[in-house]
Ligand binder design. Structure first.
Ligand code: ADP
Ligand code: ZN
Length: 726
């Protein structure tokens, strides 16, 4: 008998497997991590096949150095899913497998480390001691209070809290839980379902076991999450695992808390990229070894090994964050649907504004459509949406008189308001009042954004990070009259402070929420009514409950109506629906005021009626007329180079090679990307479009190997299947 050959997937740009001698390998080792010599180093790969012989001459083969038999192998199902993804996205299998392993298991030679905890809870001793804290230990008492309500995750704690956590751990007041178990459940028990929720659940429970796909379209606050909880309860009851995907890390703490309270005896793990390596590894192993009952995570969690998987839920399924923008550019929502089909389990996609792709799938019967049209709380109704014509009511410093009056009324009543503006910084540009010169980034095709920093100003490029001090005079004409043009969150914050000097204004954008724990801390301040007016970008729009918020003002939304990106209006509609949904979540009626120069625009009119279906039907008709997705399938070959000619040369050759295959796909001319230059790199792209997905897939399968043979010196290229940005 000859020595078995291990075929190993390695994380390289080459789309092939590598053969090694593996004397002691057996079929039970398929899916295990192996360490192999590669070039002058050692690498971690995954053993995906065993063979009797290799195409390589036997003398050239090296031996596998080690097989990791301490970790369970990747299950067949996951290997299969990785193959599907590799084929669909035209990405090397080794790279796909590497990206689905937690980083700690990807590195060669990384010893097994004790996992840091994901969360902590009070011990008996801790409860005792906390009860005895003196009244002056305010900060400690506040923390004790929070722990009293259940386990807290690292995300929920700010750095000062974490120092205290360390002390308390040493004193035995806290114990680590790598998983979240609420210390107590919902005292009141789950709410009685509304009629609509009952009807939806009955339909969800109707199909026989096996794959079924549902699209749950429910207005904000209609109780979609309650529906997820009930379905998860069903599968837990059957002894199976549930996978729940959310678009944003920021959304995980609130939802984790809700799930943990509902299922206090179950093991719930959170998976997202903010976890420390050890935590991520521990959580992943809990899932793989079948201990975890519920996995709640962001897009990367779609690849979590789950031997007892019984249900997949994708919350806010329309959200752009489900699309990975580098490496393998996959859509976690789409992968989730394939996974459900392959595993023969139901999948539930939920949203107040489904993606047009999913809406169409519901229209053609591929998904079953379920609706929740009313808010779940008996006395909560949908907010009234009003359009302020900014041509008549001229904004000053970005704010119209109507909006200011609305804010004043809320302040007088002690209610909260939110100003939504999707631009961070002070002003989108700095402008010379003499000659109209605009300050552009020298490295990118973008304007520099004016930011306020410690009393002064800085110009910042949002694409390459370049920062510069604003000059005293215009470099073109020498004029000293340089003015900020337009509004950003910082400027709105400043203007509000001028109008309402006594109001407590809080700005939430990427600049203020970047620090770990900062977002949770800000949310708590809002909940504790320590804030009167919130100014925020889209990060506040998503799924957070602010019960005392009764007014949402939207400024600067018109921008998206003139965007060259055909998906911009779909995004805008979803964003505005979502931000509108922040108003009046509980007993208080909400109002939404949108400042626009185009109050008659069909998008705003549909929004005013809360008419997602109306918007979606019109948008789909437009897409169909223009031959855009979801009526066609697209892929984008991107190329980036310091010299534009090189990128263009590569794409031109790629197009030639593609035409030579003579397939039923359309190859457009190479053009500049919407962001044509970033950090001195020119970005060009070639769009491929097909009427049928299968034609595109077959074309890409044959085209991709040709791309690897083209001269590409100085060019970085990548393929993006189903692109969402152009
Ligand atoms: P969605 O996920 O659709 O935005 P949620 O599930 O978060 O909605 O529900 C919105 C609010 O209504 C929450 O405060 C939730 O606790 C409450 N809620 C949900 N279902 C019910 C119900 N059947 N009875 C009473 N309140 C409910
Ligand atoms: Zn730049």
């Amino acid at each position: 008998m000859s020595t078995p050959i291990a075929r190993v997937a390695l994380d390289t740009p080459l789309n092939r497997l590598f053969d090694y001698l593996a004397a002691d390998a057996t079929p039970a080792d398929i899916g295990r991590r192996v360490e192999v010599p590669f070039g002058t180093r050692h690498r971690i790969g995954v053993l995906v096949e065993l063979a009797d012989q290799s195409e390589q001459p036997a003398g050239n083969l090296k031996a596998v150095r080690a097989i990791d038999r301490a970790t369970p192998p990747l299950p067949d199902e996951l290997l299969h899913l990785a193959r599907l993804a590799a084929g669909y996205y035209q990405h090397p299998l080794g790279a796909v497998l590497a990206s689905l392993l937690p980083p700690a298991l990807r590195r060669s030679g990384a010893g097994i480390r004790v996992p840091a905890a994901t969360a902590w809870r009070l011990t008996e001793l801790g409860r005792d001691q906390c009860a005895r804290l003196p009244a002056r230990a305010q900060a400690q008492l506040a923390l004790a209070d929070r722990f009293g309500a259940g386990a807290l995750t690292r995300d929920q704690l700010d750095p000062r809290d974490l120092v205290r956590v360390r002390d308390w751990l040493r004193q035995g007041w806290l114990e680590a839980v790598t998983t979240t178990r609420a210390s107590h459940g919902d005292e009141a028990g789950p709410p009685a379902l509304t009629g609509e929720q009952q009807a939806v659940l009955a339909e969800l429970r109707e199909p026989p076991p096996g794959f079924s796909a549902f699209l749950l379209h429910g207005v904000t606050g209609s109780g979609k999450t309650e529906v997820y909880l009930r379905r998860v309860a069903d599968v837990l009851e059957q002894g199976r695992q549930a996978l729940v995907l959310v678009p944003e890390i920021h959304l995980t703490p609130q939802l984790t808390e809700r799930f943990a309270r509902r299922f206090p005896d179950r093991l719930l793990i959170g998976l997202h990229s903010n976890l420390a390596d050890g935590e991520r590894r521990a959580a992943w192993l809990d899932a793989l070894e079948g201990r975890a009952d519920i996995v709640l995570g962001t897009r990367l969690a779609v690849f979590t090994p789950l031997p007892r998987l019984g249900l997949i839920v994708v919350d806010e399924e329309h959200d752009g964050a489900y699309k990975q923008m580098e490496g393998m550019r996959y859509s976690a929502r789409d992968v989730a649907v394939w996974r459900a089909r392959e595993r023969g389990v139901p999948i539930l996609l939920g949203s107040a504004t489904p993606s047009l792709e999913s809406w169409r799938n519901a229209g053609t019967g591929r998904y079953r459509l379920l609706r929740l049209n009313e808010r779940a709380h008996a006395d909560a109704s949908l907010p009234e949406i009003r359009l302020i014509d900014s041509r008549a009511d001229r904004p000053r410093q970005g704010l119209t008189a109507t909006l200011l009056a609305g804010l004043r009324a809320r302040l007088e009543r002690g209610e909260q308001s939110l100003i939504f503006i999707n631009r961070r910084g002070y002003a989108p540009t700095l402008l010379c009042n003499g000659c109209g010169h605009v300050f552009a980034c020298p490295r990118c095709s973008a304007h520099l954004v004016l930011h306020r920093e410690r009393g002064g100003y800085r110009l910042v490029c949002h694409h390459c990070g370049l920062t510069a001090r604003p000059p005293e005079a215009c470099p073109e004409c020498g004029n000293l009259d340089l003015r900020p043009a337009g509004q950003g969150t910082q400027r709105v914050e400043e203007t509000l402070a001028e109008h309402f000097p006594d109001a407590r204004v809080l700005r939430i954008d990427r600049d203020t929420a970047a620090r770990k724990g900062a977002f949770a801390a800000m949310r708590e301040r809002v909940e504790a009514r320590e804030v009167d007016i919130l100014v925020g970008t889209q990060i506040v729009a998503k799924g957070h409950d602010f019960p005392h918020l009764t007014l949402v003002g939207v400024i600067g939304a018109d921008q998206a109506l003139v965007s060259p990106d055909f998906r911009a209006t779909e995004r805008l509609f979803a964003q505005l629906m979502q931000v509108a949904g922040r108003a009046g979540r509980a007993e208080h009626a909400g109002e939404v005021l949108i400042q626009t120069a185009y109050p008659g625009h069909p998008l705003y009119q549909a929004l005013r009626r809360h008419d997602y279906p109306g918007f979606a039907e019109a948008a789909l008709r437009e897409r169909q007329g223009a031959g855009f997705p979801p009526f066609t399938s697209q892929a984008l070959l991107r190329a980036e180079a310091r010299e534009e000619d090189r990128a263009l040369g590569f794409l031109t050759a790629a197009r030639e090679a593609g035409l030579g295959l003579d397939r039923n796909v359309l190859l457009f001319d190479p053009v500049a990307a919407l962001m044509a230059r970033v950090a001195h790199q020119h970005r060009l792209q070639l769009l491929i479009q097909a009427d049928h997905r299968r034609n595109l897939r077959e074309f890409l399968r044959d085209w991709r190997p040709l791309l690897e043979t083209l001269p590409a010196r100085g060019v970085r290229w990548s393929l993006d299947v189903d692109p969402t940005d152009y």
